[in-house]
Write a protein that binds this ligand. Structure first.
Ligand code: UT7
Length: 409
């Protein structure tokens, strides 16, 4: 039976403990806190610890969203995970999240639309729930960008950080609420303005591609900036029109957190006061598909969103993709406290014979280890005293509440 609406019932986020400041980066490349802050609004970003992956971070955000919704993991019918930094090319990162949250029945797949991925996933989830296909869909944005950055390239390595955010979209028999309008666009003219040259079928990974640094994210900053300022506004305006609303009806804009200058420019061009825009880029940098759901969770938990508010998610990214969704908020913001009971532990199993290389870029490992040993501490794997990526003697099965590798945050 078709529900009368699809509403956000849960929200949650996770940011890893390790902090990388602008001063830290100024020791690696020719840059300064002043340059980075003035041009981007970023002061610091988070860095995942060696035992963390896009799946483990996404799973913690997901568990918090499920708790906020007052649901159990097994209530989830479908997991959509937006990422451009998956654990592996194969299988999906969503499959590992399903395991890590202890869900036994959901379908799971990844969404690839770069920084717009969460908005694309959200619009897809909305269609799935409204059609009656699923009752509860988990939409996650999770990114571990610091492992795909060239820490000799000052034009990219200063911008990105790690983290995850999630929402639960649920069928409701009440009319109204949920997504009122959306706009998704893709402009392949910009396909090579943000890209990772090698690793895919067009240029399979080899010693040569690695030696040329083609496994790192490359970006034409100025072109991307121009595109972003133009498209963010037009995408948001179209979604608001589709919702039958005007800018004045929007209580809060939750934009992709790529650059404060871009956000301010777009707000000005749309005639929106910055008081109606949620900004946290100063603390997390650009977390790609995770940035909108992280900002949403923080906005709701800090009292910036009330029942009946119309809010707008708007993002842009590689592709070039862009997406906006207008949402009427219906959940009690106070439910966010339920997420506090979720301790940040999550793990996925590894094959018994797998021996991963140390995943954290050595430049970052040194900086973070010096400042805060615990942020990059390995999880304790029972029966193993070795350092490096977790190497359990037996595949480690994750189950919410009892996870062998102890991950602290
Ligand atoms: O999620 C979507 C992903 N991407 C984005 O949203 C990024 C969009 N683009 C941007 O945010 C901006 O273009 C950047 C922040 C990346 C760069 O800012 P900009 O004001 O566009 O700088 P620019 O690229 O025009 O470079 C200006 C100067 C150059 O020096 P010259 O050629 O004028 O001598 C750069 O080499 O700044 C130099 N520069 C730096 N200087 C110090 C570039 N990066 C740095 C740096 N520190 N980190």
């Amino acid at each position: 039976m078709q529900p009368r609406s699809a509403r956000i019932t849960g929200w949650g986020m996770y940011a890893p403990e390790g902090v990388l400041t602008n001063e830290d980066l100024a020791r690696l490349v020719d840059t300064s806190d002043e340059w980075i802050f003035t041009r981007t609004g970023i002061r610091e970003r988070r860095v995942a610890a060696p035992h963390e992956t896009a799946a483990t971070m996404g799973a913690i955000a997901a568990k918090r969203a499920i708790a906020t919704a007052g649901l159990e993991a097994d209530d989830i019918d479908m997991i959509l995970l937006a990422t451009c930094t998956p654990d592996y090319w194969l299988p999906s990162t969503a499959a590992f999240v399903k395991e890590a949250i202890g869900n036994r029945r959901a379908a799971a797949m990844d969404v690839s639309a770069a920084c717009s991925g969460f908005v694309y996933g959200f619009a897809t989830a909305d269609a799935m729930v409204r059609s009656g296909m699923y009752r509860h869909v988990l939409v996650i944005g999770s990114e571990l960008l610091t492992r795909f950055l060239d820490f000799t390239d000052r034009s990219t390595c200063i911008l990105f950080g790690d983290g995850a955010g999630a929402v639960v979209l649920s069928a409701s028999d009440e009319p109204g609420g949920g997504m009122l309008g959306a706009e998704l666009t893709t402009d392949p003219e910009g396909a090579y303005f943000i890209w990772m040259p090698s690793g895919g079928s067009a240029s399979p990974p080899s010693a040569q591609t690695v030696s040329r640094g083609e496994h790192y994210i490359r970006m034409e900053g100025r072109e991307t900036y121009r595109y972003a300022t133009k498209t963010l506004a037009s995408t948001a305006v179209t979604a608001i029109e589709r919702a039958g609303l005007t800018q004045d009806d929007i209580a809060l804009f939750v934009p992709h957190q790529a650059n404060l200058r871009i956000i301010e420019f777009v707000a000005r061009s749309m005639g929106i006061d910055m008081g109606r825009v949620y900004v946290n880029v100063e603390r997390y940098g650009n977390t790609s598909a995770a940035s909108v759901p992280i900002a949403l969770a923080e906005a709701v938990d800090s009292g910036r969103v009330q029942i009946g508010d119309n809010i707008v998610f708007v993002a842009f990214g590689a592709g070039f993709t862009s997406g906006a969704a207008v949402v009427e908020w219906t959940a009690d913001p106070a439910n966010g406290v339920r997420a506090r009971a979720v301790v940040p532990t999550a793990s996925v199993h590894l094959p018994a014979d797998w021996r991963a290389a140390a995943p954290v870029p050595p430049e970052l490992a040194d900086i973070l280890a010096r400042r805060n040993g615990s942020a990059l501490a390995e999880p304790e794997v029972p029966g193993s005293s070795q350092r490096g990526a977790p190497e359990p003697a037996e595949p480690v099965r994750a189950a919410s509440g009892s996870v062998p590798p102890k991950v602290t945050a």
